[in-house]
Design a protein around this ligand. Structure first.
Ligand code: ADP
Ligand code: NI
Length: 221
């Protein structure tokens, strides 16, 4: 396929742009999160019929300006990403696809209808979700809770599975609740076969972690 740009150069420039933009980001949404998602997305992409260029750009740019760190504004990420890609001379069709990926990747409480889907979004979303589960997922969740000043756990505050996008975003619940409100729900929401297989072991590890957490909370074991 004819391309106006050299894909490798665009990807190298995107890496630099993302590293620079995410300097000082919260530990769970920093360059290393992006790097893990990119690696996992490429791994899953090998088993799917998808455009690797869109996969790389979508993964690299998916958290360039997460709305929860921009006063809830969901337009900052897509406009930063599209502005950057247009300056790089990337085809408009690719730019628009990447913008759709960034716009629709997020969980947002899980009760929103996702109005866009593509095989490339399916792959990048699985990779992002895989980084939210397992040992890394646990570490990121407690880091985010600490960043937001949340309690670790409070037995009197129950998980809420019926939150709107707004309630989910503004929740001040203890971090343990986030396991029930999002992390443990992800296994059933994986889009790809490879993603589902990877989610299995990570899910199991979180179940074991929670089991042990409650036993230690009670002073047992
Ligand atoms: P969202 O869940 O809003 O789509 P992300 O996908 O960016 O947001 O969330 C990434 C990770 O950030 C979560 O998997 C979790 O580790 C952490 N995180 C997000 N919201 C919370 C929360 N309310 N409590 C604890 N951790 C959270
Ligand atoms: Ni992410």
């Amino acid at each position: 396929m004819f391309d106006r740009v050299n894909r490798e150069t665009v990807i190298e420039n995107t890496v630099e742009f993302v590293k620079e933009t995410l300097q000082g980001a919260e530990g769970g949404h920093d360059w290393f999160h992006t790097l893990r998602v990119w690696n996992t997305a490429q791994r899953i992409a090998r088993t799917e019929n998808v455009d690797p260029f869109v996969i790389s750009l979508g993964a690299l740019l998916h958290d360039i300006a997460d709305a929860k760190f921009h006063g809830g504004d969901e337009s900052v990420g897509p406009s930063l990403a599209s502005g950057f890609l247009r300056l790089e001379g990337v085809d408009e069709g690719v730019v628009e696809h990447v913008v759709q990926i960034i716009t629709h990747i997020s969980f947002k409480g899980g009760n929103e209808v996702q109005s866009f889907r593509s095989p490339e979004l399916d792959v990048v979303q699985d990779a992002d979700r895989l980084d939210a589960v397992g040992a890394i997922g646990i570490a990121r969740t407690f880091n985010y809770g600490g960043h937001m000043g949340r309690k670790l756990y409070d037995p009197d505050i129950k998980a809420n599975l019926n939150m709107s996008k707004e309630a989910y975003r503004s929740s001040t619940a203890p971090t343990i609740n986030h396991f029930y409100e999002k992390l443990l729900l992800l296994k059933k929401r994986m889009n790809t076969k490879a993603g589902r297989a990877l989610a299995e072991g990570r899910h199991q590890f979180m179940e074991e972690f929670l089991d042990r957490f409650y036993r230690e909370w009670e002073g047992e074991s």
